[in-house]
Design a protein around this ligand. Structure first.
Ligand code: HGY
Ligand code: MN
Ligand code: MN
Ligand code: MN
Length: 425
């Protein structure tokens, strides 16, 4: 590929090197068990923020670098003239449990590299470039996804500060323990004035098989699918596993098992990109010889349109009610996130298409089944995304997640082209 595109492999290698280094050197857990789990405001998370700030400051030549009140690492590379409009870009650096090294991070590292190249060549753009490494997108520790992007759009809910994590630590305390102010005024001050910005662009791994199957390194996102998430619990009656006849049980786990198979069947044909997942399942304080009196579970429901998402949501909630009523069980279902589908802005999508075509590549357009910070920025800025092919068949939210150096190089070049074209507009 290097010959075909005349690629200088060092930029692809640099992205690889940073991604590896961010995983190994900044996450204490990674050294011990080789697993990457960077949960909001954990020690690993704070080490990642410090590492990104150091690279932005020392290696890339940003004019201003800071860690803001929700833990975002914010780098500003100023325009040639003061008071210029700003292009906002970036992605997240928190991860799911047992994560890959590129989900979110690729979009931060590629944009950092573009600033490094601009700075190294002494170039300034006619607009400010603001790169954000978002602190919290995955919603792993607190029931609030896109938490850090929501601070920029003015959608941060003050009630989140009192949310407790699984260990009973309130978000406000976790923030203060990490050296952040932890007060709503500091967070609301992070809101960006949309009038100041040209838009938001996010570069991200595809996290799916499409680009691999088409043998394409890059793809342009047309829309980000909407989603609805819940944490639920079914309550039955714990009883003796040996003496209780099958017909006289109030087995909470059997009810949830029925619901899981209903979700799988209801999502079924993937029409409207409908998907449903129960990713977390637990019998709290269960024992091998006790009928589950409680069963806790998560729900992640998505579709390409809000109507299809809402229909799926209604059907799954109705099924849960029918299953529990038939079995004489109680249940609770707590919504933890609702994100509407976010269609790409036509002009920014066209800019990505031009940037891809300029690499001598065919332009493939595709929806995003994964959620992204861009769907939160969508609430206040025109946005569009560029996808980069994932290695290993595009697997993601898995340690096998991978991006080839050549594809990373092409991603950098596409971003550079987008910036150059924008500078000429
Ligand atoms: O779940 C998602 O779609 C994203 O990885 N947060
Ligand atoms: Mn993710
Ligand atoms: Mn992501
Ligand atoms: Mn994301």
């Amino acid at each position: 590929l290097n010959d075909k595109f005349g690629l200088s492999p060092d930029m692809g290698n640099q992205v690889w090197d940073w991604a590896e280094s961010l995983a190994v050197h900044s996450d204490p857990g990674f050294k011990e068990n080789g697993e990457l789990t960077v949960t909001y405001l954990s020690a690993a998370h704070q080490a990642c923020a410090a590492q990104l700030r150091q690279w932005m400051t020392q290696d890339c030549g940003f004019d201003e670098v800071s860690i803001d009140a929700v833990g975002n690492v914010v780098g500003l590379y100023r325009a040639q003239q003061a008071g210029a409009q700003r292009l906002l870009t970036g992605s997240h650096y928190d991860t799911v449990r047992r994560a890959g090294k590129y989900d979110g991070r690729l979009g931060v590292l590629v944009t950092m590299l573009c600033v490094r190249e601009l700075h190294a060549s002494g170039r300034r753009l006619p607009f400010d470039l603001e790169v954000i490494a978002f602190a919290e997108e995955e919603g792993q520790r607190y029931k609030a996804s896109f938490l850090s992007a929501s601070a920029l759009t003015g959608n941060f809910d003050a009630a989140w500060l009192d949310e407790l994590d699984a260990e009973g630590v309130a978000m406000r305390s976790a923030m203060q323990a990490a050296g952040l102010p932890g007060d709503i005024a500091s967070i609301q001050a992070l809101r960006r004035d949309p009038a100041r910005y040209l838009g938001f662009v996010e570069l991200h791994i595809e996290q799916g098989p499409v680009l691999t199957e088409l043998d394409l390194p890059l793809g342009v996102v047309t829309s980000i699918n909407g989603s609805m998430r819940y944490l639920g619990e079914v309550q039955g009656l714990a009883a003796h596993a040996g003496t209780t006849p099958m017909g006289r049980r109030l087995d909470a786990a059997c009810a949830v098992a029925e619901l899981i198979l209903y979700v799988e069947q209801r999502a079924g044909t993937h029409k409207d990109q409908v998907v449903g997942t129960v990713g977390m399942l637990e019998v709290p304080a269960g024992s091998i010889n006790v009928i589950p009196g409680r069963c806790r579970f998560s729900l992640d429901l998505r579709a390409s349109t809000d109507a299809a998402r809402d229909a799926l949501d209604a059907d799954v909630r109705a099924a849960l009610a029918v299953i529990c009523q038939r079995r004489g069980l109680q249940w609770t279902l707590t919504p933890t996130m609702k994100a509407d589908a976010a269609p790409s802005d036509a002009r920014w999508q066209a800019r990505w298409e031009a940037a891809v075509a300029a690499q001598g590549l065919p332009v493939h357009r595709l929806p995003s089944g994964a959620g992204h910070d861009a769907m939160m920025l969508h609430r206040s800025l025109p946005q569009a995304m560029l996808f980069v092919r994932g290695g290993n068949g595009g697997i993601s939210h898995n340690p096998l997640e991978q991006v080839s150096n050549d594809d990373a190089e092409l991603a950098v070049r596409a971003f550079q082209t987008l910036l150059d074209n924008l500078a000429k507009e």
